[in-house]
Design a binder for this molecule. Sequence first.
Ligand code: GDP
Ligand code: MG
Ligand code: ZN
Length: 292
Amino acid sequence: MREGQIIEGRGGLYTVRDKGGEAYVLRAKKKFRRQKISPLVGDLVLFTPGELEEHGWVEEILPRKSQFLRPPVANVDRLCIVAAPAPQPDWLLVDKLLLSAQRQQITPLIVINKCDMDEETLDFARSTYRDAQAQVVGVSARDGRGMDALAQALQGGLCCFAGQSGVGKSTLLSRLLDMDLETGRISRRIQRGRQTTRHASLLEANGIKALDTPGFSLLEAPDKMEPVTLPDNYPEFAPYLGQCRFTPCFHNQEPGCRVKEAAKIGEIDAQRLQRYQQLLSEVETNWRERYD
Ligand SMILES: Nc1nc2c(ncn2[C@@H]2O[C@H](COP(=O)(O)OP(=O)(O)O)[C@@H](O)[C@H]2O)c(=O)[nH]1
Ligand SMILES: [Mg+2]
Ligand SMILES: [Zn+2]
């Protein structure tokens, strides 16, 4: 058997590329369906190539380092969370994406694109996420600033781009990989009615391996999160651990909360705490409805 990585999957056919760069079209063995496992783009697999005109078989899926439901992808090593001066940044979405990355031990990178428009968004992101221990880089896919540093940061490992529509994910990816990917111009035409099925695919060029996942802004995890674990994902809360009156403290409605106090006196970013509380109520609702 040979080893390779799934770079595309559609209609029950999987394209797998081996280390030498050769691509094979395969079907998944029936046992995966019995085990309720579907091969995902990004999966490392063992396979037998087909002979002559026959397709081959995906025989084994190697253990996954990370996995998402939507988009259905596996083994992402780095998540690029893209925001820009326009459209107006949705920092709650940035926080949610940071959380998905942390939960799966994926290294996040906050990429502020369109720095040709203004630098204030970049400064804002730097100060907001400094204590969250997330790296922030500023780039412009248009004038090229910061692009070499970004390309450098993405060498090796599999990266995935996420963020609001219109922030420039496709443009960035096209530039990084020297490929002509679907950007805003074409997307608008699709909105006017042309229906296309949108699949994730794994692209590789210039030492960068990236997932092109058109149409996805958020990464949906395969499981629901227990609310009490949410604060663990906020490094800025860590210095106050054990200093709240209640244990556990959700840093929400409780009196004598040291974290809320820290936000009040400016030791913690107050807006980040506010978004945390918003996120907490979403996590609580999902947790209550976890058996539905
Ligand atoms: N000013 C400026 N515009 C950009 C930049 N990068 C992308 N855009 C534009 O932003 C729009 C949306 O880009 P697109 O890549 O389709 O965004 P996506 O929805 O995140 O994939 C397009 O009109 C791009 O030309 C940039 O660095 N600066
Ligand atoms: Mg796009
Ligand atoms: Zn508290």
